[in-house]
Design a protein around this ligand. Structure first.
Ligand code: HEC
Length: 172
């Protein structure tokens, strides 16, 4: 009998020590444990009421899509060195596989296209209105094979890529 009491006592002691250890450790945590943070069950709180202006019904992509490509202008200065640097990165993410490191259409994927994606540094493309380039990379070329990337690349990033392409200039 005394043995059982002793063992029980030791077990309780170990339990208490473990509990104290965990509690002490919890003190060092930066955020609380999950059981301490408030939990809101479904439908417990009333749904927040959205402000009428929360969902834009004008502007954005729709505005770009309906704009005249020949007069559509970039929302910032395309000569901005920071935009150009960002555009270089964007080109490396979204265009290089087709248009290539040399911008001539001989990328890993682009080289299999017939005809090739073309030369982005040709005088024709370098002199094309920026709004038209924006439209072609955003919504594709009717009957052509440039992918429509409007839902893949944010509008600002598309303009940055155009800034980068313009900075390259026409091939000498
Ligand atoms: C899946 C491959 C692919 C990707 C990715 C791609 N392109 Fe193209 N691009 C093409 C092909 C193919 C053409 C030729 C289109 C045609 O004439 O039908 C083209 C044509 C173009 C043209 C010339 C359009 C003209 O009027 O001749 C521009 C400018 C262009 N791409 C820019 C870009 C930019 C910028 C990116 C990245 C944001 C990009 N492309 C991503 C395949 C691609």
């Amino acid at each position: 009998m005394i043995r059982i009491v002793c063992v029980g006592f030791i077990v309780v002691l170990i339990g208490l020590a473990a509990y104290a250890g965990v509690t002490l450790y919890d003190e060092t945590l930066q955020v609380g444990r999950m059981w301490e943070t408030p939990a809101v069950r479904p439908h417990e709180a009333p749904l927040p009421v959205m402000a009428g202006t929360m969902v834009p019904a004008i502007g954005g992509e729709l505005l770009y899509r309906s704009a005249d490509p020949d007069t559509l202008a970039a929302p910032f200065d395309l000569a901005d060195p920071q935009a150009i640097a960002q555009g270089r990165q964007g080109y490396g993410y979204y265009c290089i596989q087709c248009h290539g490191t040399n911008f001539d259409g001989y990328g890993t994927v682009g080289q299999s296209f017939a005809p090739s994606p073309g030369d982005l540094r040709s005088a024709r493309i370098q002199n094309m209105p920026v709004g038209r380039v924006f439209h072609e990379i955003s919504y594709g070329i009717p009957g052509g094979r440039q992918p429509a990337l409007a839902s893949t690349i944010a509008a600002g990033e598309r303009w940055q890529i155009i800034a980068f392409l313009k900075s390259l200039g026409a091939r000498p």
